[in-house]
Ligand binder design. Sequence first.
Ligand code: FPP
Length: 247
Amino acid sequence: MQNLLPITVPEHVAIIMDGNGRWANARGLPRTMGHRKGVEAVRDAVKTAAEAGVRYLTLFAFSSENWNRPQAEVTDLMGLLKAFIRRDLADLHRENVRIRIIGERSNLRGDILPLLIEAEETTSGNTGITLVIAFNYGARDELTRAMRRLATEVAQGRLAPEDITPERIAASLDTAGIPDPDLILRTSGEERLSNFLLWQGAYSELLFVPELWPDFTRETFLSALEKFACRERRFGGLAQPTLAVGS
Ligand code: FPP
């Protein structure tokens, strides 16, 4: 991080971890091995983000659409998340990491939901980096759930339609209280958002890197942060440089 001044570090980085399957295919391994290797990259990414001074790291672990994968792969991905929480929760807690989970919870199997809640509750008082795990998450699903809640409040006369503001919508999303991502990064060379943080990403810088997720190392992450530092963010207005003098 020697070249980056603190002002240039994004407060919130959100990552679409793509390419586990291709990483495994390229080695003649089953796709599940790619996901397993991907968990190691998750551990490194959390450490690197915390060291760099990133305050929020959101990882897209399982999308609403991932249910369409073969049952064995879905089961494996669920198992990996459960194992990650069981094995890593104590370490993350010790490292002062706060965990938040975003995504639909109502259709999750009984054995996973208590683990997610435990991870959030155990770490709720931590003051270090917040690791946001997007699990069973899809932005359109998140927005639909929020709109339904707001519509119910209006129908019950507890909210006037004109009280529905961008701020109230943001506060009704799973990410309530979490700042919008400054940087959305996707690995594996694919260049799309795939239903990830569509509301929150309105002004995010987008960065697409060629590395497959299991190959996403500390160096790759730091180089992405350096690229972010060179971007000029305008938020629809005039220049607001992120590159600090001397960096
Ligand atoms: C995309 O690769 C990756 C996923 C669908 C899942 C990501 C999950 C992990 C890294 C492991 C569990 C996560 C945590 C937070 C412990 P892909 O399978 O779509 O790859 P491909 O495009 O090459 O097929």
